[in-house]
Design a protein around this ligand. Sequence first.
Ligand code: UDP
Length: 243
Amino acid sequence: MMTTPAAPLRWKRVLVKLSGEALMGDDTHGLNMETLDKIATDLAHAASLGAEIAVVVGGGNFFRGFQGANKGIERARADSIGMLATVMNSLALEFAIEGKGQPCRALSAVPMPSVCQPYSRQAALNHLEKGRIVVLAGGTGNPFFTTDTGASLRAAELSCDAVMKATQVDGIYSADPKKDPNAVRYEQLTSDEAIDKKLQVMDTAAFALARENGIPIIVFALKEPGSITAALLGEGRFTVVMP
Ligand code: UDP
């Protein structure tokens, strides 16, 4: 599927972070096939332009650790359930991407070799070099972390040029633009500013890890079809968090 880029890619090797909620479309939970199809089309298109893509998928459309903890399940165990939710999403996304004719491999940080390859840095790099999209399941593989932190960690391990954090809005705002009409949108800010202002877009560990490894975070809206490719080409609206 590798072809010559139609326009220069602003970032060549990227780590795309999709929340679990991004896969549920307008549904209340679980997987929305139309949405998966749309995202898979976009990712396959970006790969066909020469982008090397690793995707970290969340699990919030099925289960989050703190929800389990609120019900009385010990936190570490609840987080294990959350990590399994990310594996379910990753397998679905792998299927959708392969359906577009784009080679793809799901790799899980929680080893479960009967369903997908266990994550290793070498395996992921090997797949990326062969033009395959890798979908990284299980976050960091440890409880008490999030898939946002997993995204920064994998971006550093795999020498990615940027983390592309898909959200519901077209960048980072000073407050929730859906609730506060005076919310100001940032074109660019630093990780330190994002941490100091306690901006909710990613957790502190994720910002700090990206900063320490010199990786910018691109925050963009996933809503429109083709938005991942557009952001990769430097088109559309997004906020860049500089390390
Ligand atoms: N999780 C974890 N360790 C990780 C990544 C995720 O324990 O490294 C668990 C945690 O319980 C989390 C759940 O998996 O709540 C789903 O991940 P996340 O909340 O990051 O998903 P998203 O909000 O992106 O859908």
